[in-house]
Write a protein that binds this ligand. Structure first.
Ligand code: SF4
Length: 61
């Protein structure tokens, strides 16, 4: 599974980093995805981060 952050939509609230630090980190005032694919153990929390993002900036597929 892969995750993507739409930088234009991200408001830098860092909620996704709190929810799924295995996949998301802050880069200045925007969230970015760590690595090329979501580790197996982080799939559920990555999906939850996408659902919780206030601007729906996260896509997981
Ligand atoms: S939860 Fe959404 S808006 Fe907040 S930092 Fe993560 S991607 Fe950006």
């Amino acid at each position: 599974m892969k995750a993507k952050v739409d930088k234009d939509a991200c408001i830098g609230c860092s909620l996704c980093v709190s929810t799924c630090p295995e996949v998301f980190k802050m880069d200045a005032d925007k969230a970015v995805v760590i690595g090329n694919s979501v580790p197996g153990g982080a799939v559920d929390s990555a999906k939850r981060a996408a659902e919780e993002c206030p601007t729906t900036a996260i896509a997981v597929e």
